[in-house]
Design a protein around this ligand. Structure first.
Ligand SMILES: Cc1cc2nc3c(=O)[nH]c(=O)nc-3n(C[C@H](O)[C@H](O)[C@H](O)COP(=O)(O)OP(=O)(O)OC[C@H]3O[C@@H](n4cnc5c(N)ncnc54)[C@H](O)[C@@H]3O)c2cc1C
Length: 376
């Protein structure tokens, strides 16, 4: 490294937030610190960061010399799907926080609407519902930001964000290039997308196509029952969004009150044979068909089946379990919670115990949905 580059490195490092507390930026509420932290509020901020790509390389090289390890970049938004296993993240956290919502195009049937990455997802959904636009109502009240929604193809109550995404605008933080991904190129599947693979692609805006006249999805979870119980016979879009919110509030811990990341595990996708084996032992096992098999080894003639991991965990006896500062939410076994004052390692220990116990009982491996972020 030349002397000039080293000076640039020192200057930039001194301007950056160091040992930055992420307590407010992870909904588990763990007191994790990041070695470096930078908020990006505008496109200029992003471009400035990219112009200083060289400095990032310098920094990485220096850190690896000083510490014997290599730091890397983490893009963090609302922190509602992140678990830092250690209390110190020896890396560089980029916090994209560009704001804005724009209506881009409109015709008799649809509206194309852009949300910038820093917009709060639930406010964005509320806004689209207030405009009577169909498509996001079943995804109401999911925590986090707009920029993160495509990353794991957020889903709830029979809807997935992939069904409304038109295109995703990204900056590659390592090359400085802008790339726009159309829906196909996002490679969406169950809680997955191409953005999980390429971790330095920063999503700065998402364009959605929403419908002016749509069909309501009422057949997943308790939506229909809730509407009937509340004497809503001819539900509107707003009724559905309100129902989803009410059901979620009953079942899930409140963000900021009890630490969690919502569903800690993905639902289990199993072969038809495995499902039938379990159904014989437990006739009440809930199941849903999976449209496209995410299991490469499954033959085409064998459909794959989704079994809610919450049911598996519940049947393995974990619902409501508590161990020191962490536990399993008593209203939804898929949710691991942090009651405060604990360490991330307590959640990891609990995760392993639950995985082992579900495997022992059902022969099914359940995988985390949460992104576990190790310092490299
Ligand atoms: C109580 C609760 C309920 C939940 N319910 C649901 C649910 O019903 N359905 C569901 O799908 N999820 C649910 N979640 C999980 C979470 O809300 C979503 O995954 C959400 O999209 C995460 O958004 P975030 O802004 O917090 O992202 P973060 O947690 O900050 O990041 C998540 C991932 O996305 C990446 N990322 C974030 N922003 C960007 C960006 N701008 N560009 C590129 N990559 C980025 C991160 O690097 C990380 O890998 C729930 C969480 C909680 C706490």
């Amino acid at each position: 490294m030349s002397f000039d580059k080293f000076c640039l490195f020192l200057k930039k490092i001194s301007e950056m937030e160091k040992d930055f507390s992420l307590r407010e930026l992870n909904t588990f509420g763990f007191d994790v610190k990041a070695r470096y932290f930078q908020e990006l509020k505008t496109l200029d901020d992003v471009q400035e960061l990219i112009r200083n790509h060289e400095f990032i390389s310098c920094r990485d090289a220096t850190l690896s010399r000083l510490n014997g390890n290599t730091s890397h970049i983490l893009i963090l938004s609302g922190g509602s799907n992140i678990l830092f296993p250690d209390e110190f993240y020896d890396g560089f956290v980029v916090y994209p926080n560009l704001k804005g919502i724009e209506i881009l195009e409109e015709n008799a049937e649809t509206v194309m609407i852009r949300g910038y990455c820093g917009e709060v997802w639930k406010d964005f959904v509320d806004y689209t519902v207030s405009l009577n636009l169909y498509g996001l109502e079943n995804l109401a009240d999911i925590p986090g930001k707009v920029g993160a929604a495509p990353v794991q193809n957020i889903g709830a109550y029979g809807a997935e964000v992939k069904d409304t995404v038109y295109q995703v605008h990204t900056f590659d933080l390592t090359t400085g290039k802008i790339r726009i991904f159309n829906n196909n190129e996002c490679e969406f599947s169950y809680r997955n997308s191409i953005f999980k693979k390429y971790k330095t692609l920063m999503i700065f805006a998402v364009d959605f196509i929403l419908k002016k006249h749509g069909e309501l999805k009422l057949d997943y979870g308790n939506i229909r029952n809730y509407l009937i119980t509340n004497n809503i016979t001819n539900p509107t879009l707003k009724d559905v969004a309100a129902t989803v919110k009410a059901i979620r509030a009953e079942k899930l811990p409140e963000v900021g009150v009890v630490g969690s990341v919502g569903s800690f595990f993905q639902n289990a996708i199993v072969t038809m044979d495995k499902y039938l084996e379990i159904k014989e032992l437990y006739p009440d096992v809930p199941s849903y068909p999976v449209e496209i098999s995410p299991l490469p080894a499954v033959e085409k003639s064998h459909k794959s089946i989704k079994i809610p991991s919450g049911w598996l965990i519940d049947r393995a006896g974990w619902k409501g379990y508590r161990e020191n500062h962490v536990g399993v939410w008593d209203k939804q076994a898929l949710v691991l919670v942090h009651y405060g004052g604990g360490k991330p390692s307590e959640i990891l220990d609990l995760m392993k115990k639950i995985q082992d116990s579900v495997y022992k009982k059902f022969g099914i491996e359940i995988n985390p949905e949460v992104n576990i972020i190790f310092s490299l």
